[in-house]
Design a protein around this ligand. Structure first.
Ligand SMILES: Nc1ncnc2c1ncn2[C@@H]1O[C@H](COP(=O)(O)OP(=O)(O)OP(=O)(O)O)[C@@H](O)[C@H]1O
Ligand SMILES: [Mg+2]
Length: 339
């Protein structure tokens, strides 16, 4: 995958009266609990390093209070770090003055908030068109584009309703439509789907993937839901108590959890649907000449039918067309059973 869009370098965030002093204590070994008990400061993030690539969906996961919202809010400087740097297309956004920051927020990033943050005295269509009109798009054009996004999130007919007249899930969809209506290169989505019911949620997940594929937007997506993370994420970052425990593809994280915490986190996932054949092919084994061939990026689950049909081994074909090795039923079972 392509260039780095957002680079986070050694970012730490402490909430309280003397963040720098408290961060020094953290650096000399004090943990989040003691910092809170002894100094009444909250460690939001500690020494986060990561890169988000252009055009990917990057998922941030972690339990409540692990620092997900704090991290994503650094990306448009709603929160300023206590230490570290944030680069956007290689530019240090912390160096932006007020005017530059305003342009950056309007043009480059759009945020869908965890709580809906709609303008209560504006109608649905006015809310969705708001960013466009701020940007100088003429009202008829802004309303036309807003109408398209409203249709996309399934709210046609509610254009002239006010937020208070909508359910929570509907308000969330208005927030999403508003972010989609802008031309922002990066969408920041903080639990954007959590208030949706399962069917609409699944539709929205599919639409988001389709949109990202079609428009090449970079999307940073926070969720509590592991299945959602695995479905959407090109890469997934797992946070715990403000520290980054692991970043990788879903398949990488499942195949090799960085620590016990991550292992417990992913324990109940259907591994067959996530793990990929390429990661488990035995390079030292050659399948029979007439063995079925499977792609390296096919899931382990997709081998079941061939094995049920009696194949002793499958030849795994790499991205470049070469045969990378063979997969036996035993090897697949071991991967599924975490042996
Ligand atoms: N403005 C603030 N002042 C003090 N502490 C804060 C502030 N904002 C966040 N925190 C603390 O920072 C930590 C991380 O909070 P954050 O909101 O980032 O968590 P989260 O992972 O988004 O959780 P959730 O899943 O519940 O939304 C928590 O311990 C929280 O109490
Ligand atoms: Mg949050």
């Amino acid at each position: 995958m392509g260039l780095v869009k957002i680079r986070v370098e050694g970012v730490s965030k402490v909430f309280g009266r003397d963040p720098a002093g408290a961060l020094a204590k953290v650096r000399s070994g004090m943990d989040k609990t003691r910092l809170k008990d002894e100094t009444d400061h909250v460690l939001g993030l500690h020494d986060i390093d990561l890169s988000i690539r252009t055009g990917e969906i990057f998922v941030i996961m972690g339990l409540s209070g692990s620092g997900k919202s704090t991290l994503i809010r650094h990306f448009n400087r709603l929160i300023e770090p206590t230490g570290g740097r944030i680069l956007f297309d290689g530019d240090d956004i912390l160096a932006y003055d007020a005017a530059r920051l305003q342009t950056f927020r309007r043009r480059k990033v759009a945020m869908v908030f965890q709580r809906f943050a709609l303008l209560p005295h504006k109608t649905v269509i006015e809310n969705v068109a708001y960013g466009l009109t701020l940007d100088g798009v003429a009202k008829p054009e802004a309303f036309r584009r807003a109408g398209e996004q409203i249709a996309l999130v399934g709210l046609t007919g509610f254009e002239t309703s006010y937020p208070a007249q909508l359910s929570g899930g509907m308000q969330q969809r208005v927030g999403l439509a508003r972010a989609l209506a802008t031309d922002a290169e990066v969408l920041l989505m903080d639990e954007a789907f959590s208030a949706l019911d399962p069917l609409i949620r699944h539709d929205m997940q599919m639409q988001l993937k389709e949109l990202q594929g079609r428009l090449g937007k970079t999307i940073v997506f926070i969720t509590h839901d592991l299945d959602e993370a695995l479905l959407l994420g090109d890469h997934i970052a797992i946070l715990k108590d403000g520290t980054l425990r692991q970043v990788g593809t879903g398949s990488e994280i499942l195949a090799a959890p960085a620590d016990d915490y991550v292992a417990r986190f992913v324990r109940d996932v259907n591994r067959g649907r996530i793990l990929l054949c390429g990661a488990f092919a035995d390079a030292g084994l050659i399948a029979a000449a007439d063995a079925p061939v499977i792609a390296a990026d096919a899931t382990l689950e997709s081998t079941f039918a061939a094995f049920a049909g009696g194949a002793a081994a499958l030849a795994v074909r790499d991205w470049d067309g070469r045969i990378a090795g063979a997969l036996t039923p035993r090897r697949v079972m071991e991967a599924l059973a975490r042996i």
